[in-house]
Write a protein that binds this ligand. Sequence first.
Ligand code: SF4
Length: 338
Amino acid sequence: MKKIGITTTVPIEVLLAAGYQPVDLNNVFITDPSPERLVYIAERAGFPLNCCSWIKGIYGACMEHKIDTVLCVTTGDCSNTIMLMEVLKLKEINVVPFAYPDKPDSQRMQHALQALAETLKISLDAAEQVRAELASCRRLALKLDELTWREGLVSGFENHLWLVSASDFNQDHHKYYQELQELLAQCQQRQPYPSEWLKLAYIGVPSVYGQDLYPYLENNGARVVFNEIQRQFAMPQPGDSLAEQYSNYTYPYSIYDRLKDITAELKKRHIDGVIHYVQAFCHRGIGDIIFRDVIKLPILTLEGNDDFFLTHHLKTRIEAFLDMLQRSRRRAKIVEEV
Ligand code: SF4
């Protein structure tokens, strides 16, 4: 199948129905053995130092892997993507624009999907068939999520990795299904994590140092049992059609729509504290003001730029946060006993 780069989660069912293999350029960038090299490619091409590393990494990945067609989201993702799209055109890369409606509305989503299907010269019925085919992968990803928070059998990093990969199913949904099925069978044989460990939520865009972050938390008696955006990539509320599925998907819409999902899951999963990750130079960082106002739990805001590991400074802040959560839990227990 011909590859098409994607810069965020998009209706891949339409792309697959049109004979394209979606390639999530974020995943290509962050799993590269040397992601800083891909950022450097973008900086050498003229991307400013104060531009988000994900955008630069996407550009670098696109150049390095000779992707000649990219679907760019013009509404519902990131203002930087619009200028990235213009640069890609300059480099003679074929760009397919897609716009999420500005609010969740299945009728308007239907029009957006129809427009994309017409651009790619397929019918939406064909895409609906692909949706049915992908449903088993999505169900399995959500099963992994449930084993994470309900049974304590899956690590925070595994949860992150398999859910974030639902954007393109690692470029092969049959293989994804098979490998995830094997992992789930292994997980059922594991001892659960200690129930007294702190339970954390991770909200915000995936971090550039995720590979370090999750194990570091676990080495300090805390685990992530809710990865907000990653879980959304698996489409937890698929509805009855593609239009409903992508209207229920919260990421492209208002932060208040995301908060409805976040607050419900924080309660359901008995979360002790929240890590809000923000990427340097990202407009979404401003949302921290709203999260801190609405979420009635301790929040640690972590920022990342182009260090692809946890610095000592970040480690110290994480330890202090976990220590504070442990202390307040002990205090609450004493009060309860008195
Ligand atoms: S982190 Fe923010 S600025 Fe960077 S690509 Fe994502 S939404 Fe855009």
